[in-house]
Design a binder for this molecule. Structure first.
Ligand code: XIL
Length: 406
């Protein structure tokens, strides 16, 4: 389906508003584009009911300045100076247009300011607490939903070897949630991670199992964790640990997270297709299947409350800088025209409209015990040699996410 021959002109936000339950349809935005490009801003405003700042609300971008004297000659006691102006403009844009605003992300080893690297455990702990209170305090009353800790798990499901784990031990995750709850007792607090979207896939879902266990342990300790964010940065050509999960695996993961009392959201969805064979139909089918069927499956779960895209136009995607250039992972093309994946995504939202059919035309779920060969048109065969690094079946041992591994 394309823009011209589509009679149904409803936007994503309009379809979401007709759903039988409140569903966030959110998007990560870039300040410079939202504040300066009309078509970018008007598309965000009309298509989405929720917004998150793609990068500028993280710790280092918020207080780039190194510690140092505020007035000439006086030793600064404040470590880092906060500059909220970019984020304030985005948050105010979202609130002005009746959008939910999500804070992303308070504690993530990738965007920790350089000046904490050499601190003692006590100093680091004090700085994390100060950052959480400073940031949540600044947005209190405007932002209720927070990604508190991000990507604390390594690809093999162990805790990522980052500065927090090394200096503060595994308890840092729980501690961050307790500080966040202290900073704003009304806030909805989320743990967010990638490659955790589906379970029941044997070796390929070790990290998804670890994600579940981490949240189960936090809930068992009565830690104030309310939500789980599954990022859904999918590579349609992925194999091994990079393979996209099936819809049924996503349903299973959301179901068991919901059984812990958590709400679940897809937090950063995009679907890379450029590593598939050079076949336009296959690439389009793959992207449409994944957006429509994974999102339909997620929406069919009671604990599921929202989908957040990591950008909306192929003209501006982080994939270009962190994976490879030339991919088209989103719902709008570079000229901001709706792609077939837009309509597939909207079909998924429509499954929650009155009379909507879960899974649309696709056979998403098990039929008579047989799992439909979902993705048979585009899924790539697993390589023969398990030890083959390129297959990504075995994590490289680097505790950074694949997009940070070089
Ligand atoms: C990315 C942003 O999109 C980039 O602009 C930035 O330079 C690096 O971070 N998982 C996350 C996001 O939780 O915060 C990351 O966003 C992408 C991976």
């Amino acid at each position: 389906m394309t823009d011209t021959d589509n009679q149904d002109k409803r936007t994503l936000r309009e379809v979401a508003s007709e759903a039988c339950k409140c569903i966030d349809v959110g998007v990560a935005v870039l300040p410079k584009l939202l504040l300066n490009e009309d078509v970018y801003a008007s598309t965000v405003r009309s298509e989405f009911n929720a917004i998150v700042v793609e990068h500028h609300m993280k710790w280092a971008p918020l207080c780039q300045d190194l510690p140092g004297p505020i007035e000439k000659g006086t030793e600064s006691t404040r470590v880092g100076r906060y500059d909220f102006h970019h984020c304030d403009q985005i948050v105010d844009f979202g609130l002005r247009h009746g959008m939910k605003v999500k804070g992303h992300v308070l504690v993530w080893h990738v965007t920790t300011p350089s000046w904490v690297q050499n601190m003692t455990a006590k100093e680091l702990s004090e700085q994390i607490r100060r950052h959480i209170f400073t940031t949540m305090g600044h947005f209190r009353g405007r932002i209720k939903y927070w990604d508190v800790v991000n990507e604390a798990l390594a690809p093999d499901g162990s805790l990522a070897k980052n500065i927090f784990l090394e200096k503060l031990g595994p308890g840092y995750i729980e501690q961050c949630f307790r500080w966040a709850h202290e900073a704003d007792p009304n806030a909805f607090l989320i743990y967010n991670d990638n490659k955790v979207e589906g379970c029941g896939l044997g070796d390929h879902s070790r990290k998804a199992d670890a994600f579940y266990e981490l949240l189960k342990n936090l809930k068992a300790k009565n830690a104030p964790v309310h939500g789980a964010g599954i990022q859904a940065h999918f590579n349609a050509a992925g194999v091994g640990l990079q393979r996209p999960p099936t819809p049924i695996a996503v349903k299973r993961q959301i179901r068991r997270l919901g059984d812990l009392g958590l709400r679940v959201n897809i937090s950063e969805m995009d679907v890379r297709i450029s590593k598939l064979p050079m076949d336009e139909n296959m690439r389009t089918n793959a992207q449409c299947d994944i957006y429509r069927d994974i999102v339909s499956a997620a929406l069919s779960e009671p604990a599921f409350d929202g989908i957040w895209l990591w950008g909306f136009t192929d003209a501006h995607t982080w994939i270009k800088h962190f994976y490879y250039d030339g991919d088209q992972p989103l719902l709008f093309d570079k000229e901001f025209k709706k792609k077939k994946s837009y309509y597939a995504f909207r079909d998924a939202l429509g499954t929650l409209s009155i009379g909507g059919i879960v899974g649309g035309k696709q056979k998403l779920f098990q039929r008579n015990g047989e799992l439909e060969p979902w993705g048979k048109v585009w899924m790539q065969p697993e390589p023969n040699f398990v030890s083959d690094k390129s297959s990504n079946i075995l994590p490289s041992g680097d505790s950074n996410p694949d997009w940070l591994q070089r």
